[in-house]
Design a protein around this ligand. Structure first.
Ligand SMILES: Cc1cc2nc3c(=O)[nH]c(=O)nc-3n(C[C@H](O)[C@H](O)[C@H](O)COP(=O)(O)OP(=O)(O)OC[C@H]3O[C@@H](n4cnc5c(N)ncnc54)[C@H](O)[C@@H]3O)c2cc1C
Length: 411
């Protein structure tokens, strides 16, 4: 493990910090920027303007090759930039899914024409992408999707429903996983397309969240026509294409930053009272704080291990799963304790540090523990790949999807 930047990494960090100092406001403890992406057009406009600025300064796509508009940098530079950006107030990440997952999938599995048409507008922030994978009966087991595409000459006709699609209401394009053959095993009958979200027959319906926002959608497809030229990869090879997206997702959630941590809680505990004394002097609070500190240190070194691997040009192992399982729970517990310290004020969504940043963190933590792999799925990965325990039972491996559906409907 190496905790220090190499000279090149230090130079890049200085450059990134200078860009951020010149273009954004430094965040103060407790004032985590809201990463919520709701239905506010102004928020989208601000995010687009920020993205264009990042592109002009070489920070929009750090690891992408120069030929497609990237910086040609390293994954560790990407992480350094994310670490630095987390210390500033920046618009919500409306491009995270598109640039982190969809466009890399398009570049890897699409044609050179696809790349020439779609990469630049996405990088510049002119076009936003979403991920249309999950369905009401297929989330952790995404290969169980039912949305069907049937061939019709040079086109495909799509019918079905997706759910939890982040940002579908403001996105221009979506990466769409569909079933094209139900008569083979579930992983083999899938095909990947991209779809224009303004196509006839695509309807995004908002899902209202406990926080009051509505970042997600159910997306219905009714006889939506998609040209075969919008297929990514071969017919029936959608699972391979989806794995590219999911690998990128795992890495992205593993390095997620921009949440309130121990320092933010310390600031709150120093400035709040319990029984007429500063909360920081309360024994029970100090006990919990010590536990958070230990966990945060463990996470820090787990991340260092991951970043050292990246810095050496290696692919990080399942550390990102460990990181997400622990940080998701900690995010929720820390938000909850902060709200206890705040007392009644925590019942108001806009009250307290950062205009309700702890409340937002607590409300959003449950979703964070599900998105990009639930706690249980990540524990399965850790059990199998780190601890070498026997693998999860997969009873449906040698059955066709149609047979699975028939069995399901008899239950
Ligand atoms: C904030 C957020 C954003 C999202 N954005 C998107 C998006 O943009 N696009 C998209 O396509 N999807 C998105 N999703 C959906 C997300 O991918 C799924 O919610 C996730 O994969 C879990 O699937 P599910 O909700 O169907 O739960 P299920 O898979 O039905 O799981 C239900 C419960 O069973 C457990 N479980 C399932 N399988 C196993 C197993 N093998 N072993 C042990 N336990 C198991 C799970 O851990 C969970 O507790 C988003 C979700 C959230 C919360």
């Amino acid at each position: 493990m190496n905790f220090n930047d190499t000279p090149d990494e230090a130079k890049f960090r200085t450059e990134a910090r200078a860009f951020l100092e010149a273009n954004a406001k430094r965040r103060t403890p407790g004032s985590a920027p809201s990463r919520n992406v709701d239905r506010d057009d102004e928020v989208i406009k601000t995010a687009k303007a920020w993205q264009a600025k990042k592109l002009a300064s070489g920070f929009a796509a750090i690891t992408w090759p120069k030929e497609i508009g990237g910086r040609g940098g390293t994954p560790i530079q990407q992480i350094i930039y994310a670490q630095e950006e987390a210390q500033f107030v920046t618009p919500p990440g409306v491009f995270d899914i598109g640039l982190g997952m969809c466009i890399p999938t398009l570049v890897k599995h699409g044609s050179s024409e696809h790349a020439a048409r779609f990469v630049k507008p996405a990088l510049k922030g002119d076009e936003i992408w979403c991920q249309l994978f999950s369905e009401p009966v297929a989330g952790s087991d995404v290969a169980g999707i039912r949305t069907r595409a049937k061939r019709d000459g040079d086109n495909w006709v799509v019918n079905g429903q997706k759910v939890w699609t982040t940002g579908a209401h403001f996105c221009d394009f979506g990466l769409l996983l569909v079933r094209t053959d139900p008569d083979v095993s579930k992983h083999k009958g899938l095909t990947m397309f991209f779809v224009d979200m303004k196509s006839k027959g695509v309807e995004a319906r908002p899902i209202k969240q406990v926080s009051g926002g509505a970042e997600f959608n159910e997306v219905f497809f009714t006889d939506v026509v998609i040209p075969d030229s919008q297929r990514l990869g071969k017919v029936g090879d959608g699972w391979t294409v989806a794995l590219t997206t999911l690998m990128n997702e795992r890495l992205a959630v593993g390095i997620a930053t921009g949440i309130l941590g121990v320092d933010d809680f310390l600031t709150l505990a120093r400035s709040s009272d319990i029984d007429g004394e500063p909360a920081i002097r309360n024994g029970a609070i100090r006990d919990r704080l010590a536990q958070f500190f230990v966990e945060a240190e463990g996470l820090k070194y787990t991340r260092y291990r991951m970043w050292t691997a990246l810095s050496r040009g290696e692919t990080p192992g399942p550390q990102s799963s460990i990181n997400k399982v622990v940080s998701g729970r900690m995010m929720q517990d820390l938000g909850s304790l902060a709200m206890e310290v705040m007392g009644e004020a925590s019942l108001m969504t806009g009250e307290g540090p950062g205009g309700g940043a702890f409340q937002r963190q607590w409300l959003g933590a449950a979703g964070f523990r599900i998105a990009g792999g639930t706690d249980e799925i990540l524990r399965n990965i850790i059990a199998e790949r780190v601890l070498g325990l026997p693998s999860d039972v997969r009873v449906d491996k040698d059955t066709t999807f149609a047979e699975l559906e028939a069995k399901r409907s008899k239950r």
